[in-house]
Design a protein around this ligand. Structure first.
Ligand code: F6P
Length: 331
């Protein structure tokens, strides 16, 4: 029997609660005790934790956000903080810490692992899907759905006015969410960090595509999905420059934190449940400082540094399909 602690850290993602539930239930089944640290690494530094009861876990699978709350903890980067966290964990006799979060949270987990003798396991929870070593991250599928349903609504009003819309989608510095949302919402164009060739080339390309479609169909709506942090001057700059270039009204829409909320879709619930259960199956085994991910439908363990040191490429066939659709005159 071991003592396990779990925390959620960094940008929250739909399915984090489903993952907490899976960890708590698997601990209970395997005879481990489980506590939850609150507010990410801050809770670890301040010894702020909660015991799990059946009431907390009941109905948790369908709730967005995280019952343990989350935070970005800059202080945790220091050696002093990692040492304090290690002695706090030891004071509670914790054997294993499970960290649900993204890239920054995994760096924190590795940092802790360098100062603590216990076992550290990461679980990928972020809407950005920018973690190498796993096909998908918990929250990514729900965020696609949220972005797509918002873009569908933008399309209605864009069609009514035959306007150009720019829709900014989250993803930090990766284009996974933007590409999937663009494909599923039949966006007319997508600007991705992985394929960005500079401002002039992008503007000229959009103008050329739009001109071809207008020659064929007259005034039309046109939706451009823009991954956040790609356009150097931001969405308003791109909007103004497109307005001038195409002589059309352009409206910018930033989807923002809406994409982080909501009840998780089934794919995120299942992923969260599988990964949480697999993490607990490793408790007490000679494996440490790993992330549990899923590749080709199977859980796998990956050394934590690999999750941020390796580059995770966009799906090549999805990129090609999107490119072909952008070039289509009928889309
Ligand atoms: O990593 C998740 C994410 O939502 C990114 O997509 C986004 O760039 C960032 O977090 C926003 O962070 P914050 O909530 O601190 O503004």
């Amino acid at each position: 029997q071991k003592r396990v602690a779990v925390l959620t850290s960094g940008g929250d993602a739909p399915g984090m609660n489903a993952c907490i539930r899976a960890v708590v239930l698997a601990c209970e089944q395997n005879g481990h005790e489980c506590i939850g640290y609150k507010h990410g690494y801050n809770g670890l530094l301040n010894q702020e934790y909660t015991e799990f009861t059946a009431d907390i876990i009941h109905n948790l699978i369908q709730q967005g956000g995280t019952v343990l709350h989350s935070a970005r903890c800059l202080e945790f980067k220091t050696q002093e903080a990692a040492q304090r966290a290690a002695s706090n964990l030891d004071a509670l006799n914790i054997d294993t810490l499970i960290v649900i979060g993204g890239d920054g949270s995994f760096r924190g987990a590795m940092h802790l692992s360098n100062h603590w003798d216990g076992q550290v396991i990461g679980l990928p929870g972020t809407i950005d899907n920018d973690i190498a070593g796993t096909d998908a991250t918990i929250g990514y599928y729900t965020a696609i759905e949220t972005a797509v349903s918002s873009i569908d609504k933008v399309r209605d009003t864009a069609d009514a006015f035959e306007r150009l819309f720019l829709v900014e989608v989250m993803g930090r510095h990766a284009g996974f969410l933007a590409l999937s949302a663009a494909l599923a919402s039949a966006a007319d164009y997508v600007v991705l960090p992985e394929l960005f060739n500079g401002e002039e080339e992008t503007l000229n390309d959009i103008h050329a595509q739009l001109t071809v479609r207008r020659e064929l169909r007259g005034n039309i709506s046109y939706i451009i999905v823009l991954a956040e942090n790609v356009w150097p001057g931001g969405i308003n700059d791109l909007s103004q420059r497109l307005n001038a270039l195409t002589n059309s009204e352009v409206r910018p829409v930033i989807l923002g934190h809406v994409q982080r909320g909501g009840s998780p879709v089934s794919q995120d619930r299942i992923l969260a449940t599988q990964l949480g259960a697999h993490a607990v199956s490793l408790v007490g085994k000679p494996v440490n400082a790993v992330m549990v991910g899923e590749v080709n439908g199977k859980p796998c363990e990956v050394p934590l540094p690999m999750t941020w040191e390796s580059t995770k490429p966009l799906d090549e066939s999805a990129v090609q399909t999107m490119q072909a659709l952008i070039n289509s005159r009928y889309a």
